[in-house]
Every structure is written in C-alpha cells, then in structure tokens.
Design a protein around this ligand. Sequence first.
Ligand code: KG4
Ligand code: ZN
Length: 341
Amino acid sequence: MEKKDILILGIESSCDETAAAVVKNGREVLSNVISSQIELHKLYGGVVPEIASRKHIEKINQVVEEALKDADVTLDDLDAIGVTYGPGLVGALLVGVSAAKAISYAKKIPLVGVHHIEGHISANYIENKDLEPPFVCLVVSGGHTHLVIVRDYGKYEIIGKTRDDAAGEAYDKVARAIGLGYPGGPKIDKLSKEGNPDAIKFPRAKMEDAPYDFSFSGLKSAVLNYLNAAKMKGETVNDADLAASFQKAVCDVLVEHAVRAAKEYGFDKLAIAGGVASNSTLRASMEKACAENQIQFYHPSPVFCTDNAAMIGAAAYYEFLAGTRHGWDLNAVPNLKLGER
Ligand code: KG4
Ligand code: ZN
C-alpha cells in the first residue's frame, strides 16, 4: 500500500503577521498566505499588542480560507492543525490558538501546538530537501538570537543566546535612531549597500565565560553615542556608512559564533533562520565562512525567514510524526521555552 500523504494546516499569529499555510509531508508548501500588519504598526514605530490582537481576529478566518483555497483542499482533507502557541504576544497568540482549536474540535482533526522558534528552524526543511538533523542553527529574529544544536527533529539544545537585545531588535532600534522607520532590518540592509562597512569601528561584544552568547546592547549604545557626538559637534553623519558599519559589526559576531559552534561541536551543516536570516550581508558572510571551513550552509528564502505559517506546518509535521498532540486546554504561552511541551 502506498503511504498516504500527510496534509497539515499551519497557523501563525504570534506577532504582527496573520498567516496560514497548507504543507504536504512537512516539506512541500501547497499554499502560504500572510497578511501583514506592518503598515498599521509603522504609524507607532513598532508593534502595538492590542492593535495586533484585534487585527488578527479580523483576518484569521479569511487567511485560513484563502490558504485552503490556494492549496485546493478542504478542511476534510487535513490530517492535523499545527499552531504557534508561544513565545509571542499573548493576545496575538490566543487568536491563532483559538482558531486552531475550533477547527480541530469541529472537524475532529488532531491539534499540534508548535514553538515559534521550532517553526523558524523548520523553515529550512522546505527548500532544502536533503537537510536532516543533526545540524547547528543560528536563529536570528526580532525577539530571539539563539544558537541551537538540532540533535533530531524536535530535539534542541540551546548553546548560546543573547543577554540583552535580539539581533533584529538592534536593527530596528538603530534604524529608528537614523529615522528609517519600522521594521528597520530590511531598510538598514538596503541602505548598507551604499555605505562603507569599515567606515566606523563599532564594538563586537565577547563573553569570556560564555563564548556562544551574544550581546547587542553595547553596539546599540555605541551607535547612539556616535550619533549624539556628531550632533553636539554639528557634524553630519553619513547614514549609509553608519548602517553598513553597524551591520558588519552584527554579522561578524553572528558568523563567528555560528561557525565556531559548528567546528567545535563537530557538525558540517549550519543553517540560519528568522527574520534577520534574510539579511544580505549575513547570508553572504555566512556563505563565505562556511565554504572556507568545509561546512554546508543552509538558509530559507526570505519569505520563509520572516514570520509565516509554512514553517509552522513543517514543524508540526515532525511533531505529529513524533506523536505530539494537544488537547482543548492548549493555551497561549508567551514565554514558552524551546523543547517544552
Ligand atoms: O522572524 P521575524 O519575522 O519575527 C520574529 O519572530 O521576531 O523577524 C522580524 C525581525 C525584525 O526585527 C526585522 O527588522 C528583521 O527581522 N529583519 C531583518 C531583515 N528582514 C527582517 N533584519 C535584517 N535584514 C533584513 N533583510
Ligand atoms: Zn518569528
């Protein structure tokens, strides 16, 4: 008998994207619908949690319907519903979790809660059909900067993380300081292409006691001090040089830590994930460093780096195979730890 395909509807609503996707056998994306609230939050310079929750409620049903339609399936074709239940904004998460529970209850389809970071990591499986654990993954998003060893599907060991700001958060704060607006990452990425990355020497933080940990608050302060000092002296700042120099400082540390981890732990596969993983300098530097060290480098396309539901469908597939099932008591867990069930 031929093995039946497993179809999973993934739902994601942890921050400012309402997203739904249908994924076949964990790696084939049949549809991927993302309704972004960025334009709305731009007015406030960042995500406003209450507005995010309200907007998710308005959009969720429409996004789910569209994902099913694009994939040319109905709820009856689904084998499971995968949904992000943490970490994230509690009100935002609750919308996705409630929608997933309602579908699961009405259609008697298994419910699989997914950790948002597990989703980001699993985005790598979508386009890299050969990628299987174990490997090292650098997760860099607006809320997280984690260096993770993916021992197996669903088995993670965090070997380093940020002690203060996440990489994406640092991008967003620096972008705001030079008036680029929200979200700052893509804007700094673009502006950097016109600047000299060696124009300004910004600090690279090193933690002697924890070589895989990160810290970006010192770098952020150095950028703000540089801007203030220039203002006091009445000097004009070359924003492109500043953006490029800041970006290089961030990427140097990310690449150095990730490649060192792969070498010291003895892995020849390194993946990146999360919104900042779509950064052009990070991708180019990682590519180069991996090639120099005989490490195979993996990354998702930009659409699967920033928040999306295809990555949740991919992660839910492996959780589903491992037997993970959640009940009607599944709740949003804003500070959910990776590896917790
Ligand atoms: O993964 P994500 O969509 O949401 C979270 O889980 O946090 O990441 C969003 C973050 C934002 O901080 C955004 O500025 C950053 O990813 N980002 C980028 C780029 N695209 C998005 N940072 C640097 N370069 C980019 N091209
Ligand atoms: Zn994310």
